[in-house]
Design a protein around this ligand. Structure first.
Ligand SMILES: Cc1ncc(COP(=O)(O)O)c(C=O)c1O
Length: 628
């Protein structure tokens, strides 16, 4: 049987078919999704070019056309569904800033979205300030969710006077008290929405953001109380929007339909109470098929974008027609669906830890009999007896280790036994590739997988992988025309045993190891992690003080070339020290005093002093990651 090559190993055709390909030289190539005829561009060449410009790995690579295309597809998807179902309302999508707050992303979304009257959603005062500094389309909306204080509300109400279509979504009756107070003080009526807690619960990682126990949104009695209060204040004409967040990464299209139906029931009832609702906001939830499985599970979805748009539009249309109500404008606050694809994390592999060895050491006469027993496994090792041999090897090695711990075996003998064991592991792994293996055997062999040490921080760049076992497609970016010889887990650069990745999306399903190539002396081995544009940049933290990575935005050209549109240098060490309240200059001066004292007492020469001070200074201005 021929060994599998890159595309068949990593399942690119399943999860990356529109944007990724393998070039004849084995490099992973990016396709311009907006211009599929254009020559694909080697990611490794982009990385090499960036390196020449001094922008080193790890780097977050953002592709402008990927960002634009997801946004365009979403808007065109709704436009097509609206046309198909002869829906009378409009689609007025908004981008939830929290999903990626980077100026570069938000500004490009606003710019691309202008043609669709696409707006923004904010969930905090800082996000509101970002939104108020954008040139949102004339009819684009600015939806204000989250907890709001007086200042927030004042800004939101007054922003309507300078051309923003700002809608304050009430999260609680108490918030209405504050809104009424501020509005009366300003003499300005607000545009309001009401956030309703739906009862339908979704499956998956974000189940808690739906159903009764979700922290946001009002219960029905609160909604009715808010309506009555607005009527009492003569403000019911202010309530123009109903909001319900469906939950994030909804994996099942039937859930989408059920939740939209429930939202529509509230809408029609509120309309019947005489409220002038014009907008039905369905929040986020459009999922991303991270694994390409096209199934309803945490990391995949069982629908396409056009199906999602059709399900929403059709469900709303039928519900409104049944109730005899004019079709409202539909809003969604899709976040991950818009930005996940746009960015990929690229890092280099620094080192490997291997648990196998190609050579069997010579066993001298007089070696402990357990070492003889261990090495004898080689003589009866066959595909059929693989499980037996693995069990024996593990047993003998454990016995040898026990002898050493009790002081009955010296360190050379232990080292010899470990080397024999490593040789056997190599044989086991080779046989297992051909043999039928049980789950237990795979787990046993998985314990001997290589560790590839990557120049990245899981906590900074892939926090959801750590926190909720989010799967992202991961694969080497070169040598995809060579069968990978090894299987590895990935470990990051932090000193934390949690800083590892041991679940990978492959063509055959989810695997505890990633097929990789032997490292070569003369080529840096790069690995890419895809679909990281949503939430990852924002949620990352400074574990071990590894800071933000370098970030670049590129435009893919026609002829295999690219343009660097934007660059943000990653944090320097001085910057991360500042985040945790150290002053770089003060640290330097304390260090310098200590060095000078050592020079005075002749422990250090003057030229050593220069080397030491320069190293400290250079480090302060340098990258927090491993630098070559
Ligand atoms: C109110 C609200 N809107 C929109 C979103 C974005 O959701 P998604 O990224 O699933 O589209 C969220 C995220 O949870 C949210 O809480």
């Amino acid at each position: 049987m021929d060994a599998k090559l890159g595309p068949d190993v990593y399942g690119i055709d399943r999860w990356g078919h529109q944007f990724l390909t393998v070039l004849p030289n084995g490099d992973a190539g990016l396709r311009d999704v907006q211009n599929p005829e254009a020559d694909p561009i080697s990611i490794a060449e982009i990385v090499a070019d960036l390196g020449e410009r001094g922008i080193n790995s790890p780097v977050l690579l953002r592709v402008n056309s990927f960002l634009q295309s997801s946004l365009i597809e979403l808007n065109e998807g709704f436009a097509a569904a609206i046309k198909e179902y002869e829906y009378q309302g409009a689609y007025r999508g908004v981008f939830p800033i929290k999903v990626n707050q980077q100026a570069e992303v938000v500004e490009r979304i606003v710019e691309t979205g202008r043609q669709y009257q696409y707006g923004l959603e904010v969930g905090s005062k800082p996000e509101l300030l970002i939104a108020l500094a954008q040139r949102i389309a004339k009819d684009g909306l600015l939806i204000c969710n989250g907890v709001k204080d007086e200042e927030f509300i004042r800004l939101a109400i007054l922003s309507c006077k300078i051309g923003f279509n700002t809608i304050i979504v009430l999260e609680s009756p108490k918030e209405l008290d504050l809104v009424i107070k501020v509005s009366k003080a300003l003499g300005e009526k607000p545009r309001l929405g009401v956030r309703i807690k739906l009862t339908h619960k979704i499956k998956g990682n974000w189940a808690e953001s739906s159903g009764d126990r979700s922290s946001f949104g009002m219960t029905t009695d609160n909604v009715v109380a808010v309506v009555n209060r607005l009527k009492a204040e003569g403000m019911e004409d202010c309530l123009i929007l109903q909001h319900s967040h469906l939950g994030s990464q909804i994996s099942d299209i039937i859930d989408v339909r059920r939740i939209v139906s429930e939202a529509c029931r509230f809408f029609t009832e509120l309309k019947a109470l005489g409220l002038p609702l014009k907008f039905l906001d369905l929040g986020g939830g459009l999922g991303v098929d991270y694994t390409g499985e096209k199934q309803s599970n945490e990391n995949s979805v069982n629908y396409s974008l056009p199906e999602y748009c059709e399900a929403v539009v059709e469900t709303v249309k039928y519900a409104m027609d049944d109730a005899g109500i004019a079709h409202p404008n539909i809003i969604t606050e899709s976040g991950r669906g818009v930005v996940a694809l746009s960015s990929m994390l690229i890092f280099d592999v620094l080192d490997t830890t291997l648990y196998d060895s190609p050579t069997m050491p010579t066993i001298q006469e007089g070696a402990h009999h357990l070492i003889g027993d261990l090495s004898a496994i080689r003589d009866y090792l066959t595909e059929k007896r693989l499980q037996e041999c693995v069990n024996d090897a593990i047993y003998y090695r454990e016995e040898v280790r026990a002898l050493f711990r009790r002081g009955n075996l010296d360190i050379q003998s232990l080292a010899l036994a470990e080397t024999v064991f490593r040789y056997l592991v190599a044989q086991f792994k080779t046989l297992a590739k051909e043999a039928e293996t049980s789950e237990q055997l795979e787990e046993q062999l998985g314990n001997f997988a290589d560790i590839y040490h990557g120049n990245f921080s899981l906590f900074q760049s892939l926090p959801d992988v750590w926190a909720i076992d989010q799967l992202h497609p991961i694969m080497p970016l070169q040598r995809l025309n060579e069968p990978p010889q090894r299987d590895a887990v990935l470990s990051d650069i932090t000193c934390d045993s949690d800083g590892k990745i041991d679940q990978f999306v492959l063509a055959d399903g989810i695997s505890p190891t990633l097929p990789v190539h032997d490292l070569s002396e003369d080529e840096t081995y790069y690995i890419g992690v895809f679909f990281v544009g949503a939430y990852q940049e924002t949620l990352g933290d400074l574990h071990n003080l590894f800071g933000d990575t370098n970030v670049v935005t590129v435009a893919l050209g026609e002829d295999g070339e690219f343009d660097l549109l934007h660059e943000v240098e990653g944090d320097t060490i001085a910057e991360v020290l500042d985040y945790v309240e150290y002053e770089a200059q003060a640290c330097l001066s304390t260090f310098r005093k200590r060095v000078d004292k050592a020079v005075s007492s002749k422990k250090l020469t003057i030229s050593e002093r220069r080397v030491l001070i320069e190293a400290y200074k250079d480090s302060l201005g340098g990258y927090t990651y491993f630098e070559k």
